[in-house]
Design a protein around this ligand. Structure first.
Ligand SMILES: Nc1ncnc2c1ncn2[C@@H]1O[C@H](COP(=O)(O)OP(=O)(O)O)[C@@H](O)[C@H]1O
Ligand SMILES: [Mg+2]
Length: 386
């Protein structure tokens, strides 16, 4: 096995939703000399996006009409009060307060933040600190955009994918079974070329069935429906079962697969069992698939007294640095001579990442090209029953 310290580490960053902005060095504002304070205020007044300004203590100094409408504030609302009188979303209050009080330094990307103010109204907030010409921090400016339409389209897409996948699943399963049946009935009596055609058709339908399974998993996760209610799960047992189930697959490739039990007992987790199965199943299947025949796979369960961690390590193909962020994208697959004949959908890791995000955990990958990879998932303390 490769020494894990050889690996270059890559913490998977939050996805495209985090569009932090940092101010560049261009001059402050471009305007012709005639544009004065009144005009600037009229521009803010007419802006379709909400704007709110706080001082360095988080007290509200200004907001425009669009902000009032977007946040459902009463018409006569005045400025000068604490942020909590204008914003009810706790996450946004924290973000603005952190930035106002200087918790984010200039070089850190500030994540954008989306939240809802009613059942069908979704807003995106971007928060920036701002300073005067002498670089003294004056407070924060908060921009609010209405993203309800984008959210609705996203939901429609999820529902559409779920519906189409669902409708395709049973006929495909039937086709797959029928091809298998024809092949076994006519075994030996078919010309070799026909047998080859049938087995290709069987493999392709199997690939489509796997794709549909992944798409259904994804749309279930996206719509926030957990497949089973959370319950107490003993990870030791769950991992043992998954490893035993996948052992046949590893042994078919002469691989050694071992589950290294924790030295000290690891607390159980309160979780949706199907979500955990999907996370570990995907990571271990990948380790088997992307490791050459005769390779080694190690699954480790451990706890540092705070968090519970599971790592899946292989001494397989490894992942080049340039692909390391992209493997978590939907449908992304690395194409090279080694992976060419390995079937897959490119959805597994995006499912794992989405599930880990949903439970407030994290996933990291360390990999050395042509030496191996370690995928590590960390579960938050909040999942441990008190
Ligand atoms: N353990 C691993 N070792 C090397 N490459 C991996 C490993 N796990 C995933 N990958 C790469 O990441 C890609 C995306 O993985 P995944 O999302 O599970 O999709 P799929 O396995 O269906 O291709 C894979 O196609 C493979 O190239
Ligand atoms: Mg996979």
């Amino acid at each position: 096995m490769t020494d894990p310290t050889d690996f270059e580490e890559k913490q998977h960053e939050p996805g495209p939703s985090s569009m932090g902005q940092s101010a560049d060095n261009s001059p402050r504002i471009q305007s012709s000399s005639g544009v004065g304070k009144d005009q600037l205020l009229s521009i803010l007044d007419a802006s379709p996006n909400g704007v709110l300004v706080t001082d360095t203590r988080g007290r509200v100094e200004m907001f425009n009409p669009a902000f009032r409408v977007l946040l459902n504030l009463a018409p006569g609302t005045s400025t000068g009060k604490a942020l909590t009188d204008y914003v009810t979303d706790e996450g946004l209050i924290h973000l603005i307060t952190d930035i106002a009080t200087g918790c984010y330094d200039e070089n850190i990307k500030i994540p954008s933040y989306s939240f809802s103010v009613s059942k069908d109204k979704y807003l995106l907030a971007r928060v920036q600190p701002f300073s005067d010409s002498a670089n003294r921090c004056l407070g924060t400016i908060v921009y609010i955009t209405d993203i309800s339409a984008i959210k609705m389209l996203d939901r429609l897409k999820t529902e559409f994918v779920a519906k189409v996948s669902h409708e395709l699943r049973s006929p495909l399963a039937t086709i797959h079974e029928q091809i298998a049946l024809v092949m076994s009935d006519l075994a030996g009596s078919l010309p070799e070329s026909d047998e080859h055609l049938l087995s290709r058709a069987r493999e392709k339908t199997q690939g489509l069935i796997a794709l549909i399974g992944d798409l259904l998993d994804l749309s279930r996760i996206e719509s926030g429906i957990s497949s089973q209610p959370p319950r107490e799960i003993v990870l030791d047992e769950l991992l043992d079962n998954i490893v035993s189930f996948l052992r046949t697959r590893a042994e078919a490739k002469d691989q050694l697969i071992e589950f290294i039990r924790p030295e000290t007992p690891v607390p159980s987790l309160i979780a949706d069992p199907l979500a955990l199965e999907s996370i570990f199943g995907n990571l271990i299947t990948n380790a088997i698939n992307y490791t050459q025949d005769g390779g080694n796979i190690r699954i480790r369960l451990e706890s540092n007294g705070e968090n519970v961690r599971v790592s899946v390590e292989d001494n397989g193909f490894g992942i080049e640095e340039r692909h390391r962020d992209r493997i978590f994208e939907r449908f992304f697959r690395i194409k090279n001579a080694k992976t060419r004949y390995i079937t897959g959908t490119g959805l597994g890791l995006s499912i794992v990442k989405t599930l880990m995000d949903a439970i407030g955990g994290s996933i990291t990958v360390k990999s050395a090209f042509e030496k191996g990879s370690i995928f590590m998932v960390t579960f938050p303390k909040t999942m441990i029953p008190s």
